[in-house]
Design a binder for this molecule. Structure first.
Ligand code: NAI
Ligand code: A1CAB
Length: 268
């Protein structure tokens, strides 16, 4: 089995390693974690999942796969730290928003690189991930990465440049949904409904709507019409969303996130 090192032990690293262990695609004893400074965090992951803490930099040479899971701004320092130790045949899996495979190749030398944009729902095996590979990745290696990402949800291969859009849509997407949930909770409070009641009703409503979209090959607008009785409550609600240009706001939100991903690529 392959040895996998996570460099950066934050929320995305935890979501992925937890999913891989639960789905038994990687054994905890083959997963190593390292961090810039927070040793308590490494111990926490070790206790919780049985993964190993990288004992010293010499061990880096024994890793089959290194997952770059630090913040994009920290990638250059991290690559400088890895470069003296990394073996020629080590493969890179990057989850960094914005950072191009070309940048990683410059930092760590020519080698197979997979660039993936998962989301935090990987924790529950429900990530929606986009992935791109560089030219030196073999078909067999690609298949292995597709297995890793399928173990934590669904994965779609896209041209590398489209990963900016994937980041803006499904990478950041859970945050947009949580934002909407915050608004539902605030509305529920104003209407005097218990927080837990609103949460139970609206999480099921979001899950049910997503399931309908997945199950039926209908346009979202068609499904929306089925809910909207003429002169009824939905119509009254949607009228306000239209008046407030909420569709435009969501479109602009995604465009702005995509732009930010491109800025991260250029080190801004
Ligand atoms: N959080 C999310 O929903 C998603 C995040 N990503 C990407 O995943 C990456 C990590 O994000 P999070 O887990 O949210 O961040 P985080 O802030 O929770 O974790 C990053 C970790 O990297 C460590 N680190 C920084 N410099 C380091 C270095 N030189 N060597 C070793 N460790 C170092 C930090 O100590 C920190 O623990 C980012 O690049 C982000 O773009 C991708 C998809 C979704
Ligand atoms: O906010 C970010 O930059 C990262 C990438 C996608 C989700 N979180």
């Amino acid at each position: 089995m392959q040895n996998i090192l996570f460099v950066g032990a934050g929320s995305m690293a935890e979501a992925l390693l937890q999913g891989w262990i639960r789905e038994q695609v990687v054994k905890p004893g083959h997963i190593y974690v390292t961090n810039r400074s927070n040793k308590a965090r490494l111990t926490e992951l070790q206790t919780r999942y049985g993964v190993k803490i990288l004992a010293n930099n010499e061990k880096i040479a024994h890793m089959d796969i290194i997952v770059l899971a630090m913040k994009p701004k920290d990638v250059h320092t991290s690559m400088e730290q890895l470069r003296p130790f990394i073996a020629n045949n080590t493969i890179i899996l990057s989850v960094l928003a914005g950072i191009a495979m070309e940048t990683i190749q410059v930092g760590l030398g020519e080698r197979p690189i997979a660039r993936v944009m998962p989301n935090t729902s990987a924790t529950l095996g429900m990530s929606a991930s986009g992935i791109a590979f560089n030219d030196v990745m073999t078909a067999e290696q690609k298949a292995f990465f597709m297995t890793l990402l399928n173990a934590v949800g669904t994965v779609v291969e896209v041209p590398e440049d489209q990963l900016h859009a994937v980041t803006a849509l499904s990478g950041s997407g859970p945050a947009y949904i949580y934002y909407v949930m915050e608004a539902f909770l605030a509305a529920g409070e104003k209407l005097g409904v218990e927080k837990e009641t609103v949460r139970a009703l609206m999480t099921q409503t979001i899950a049910g709507s997503a399931a309908m979209l997945k199950r039926f090959d209908e346009e979202p607008a068609t499904l929306r019409k089925q809910v909207t009785s003429p002169g009824g409550t939905t119509e009254a609600g949607i009228r306000v969303l239209d008046e407030l240009h909420v569709k435009d706001a969501i479109e602009n939100c995604v465009m702005s996130a995509e732009k930010r991903s491109r800025e991260l690529a250029s080190g801004k």
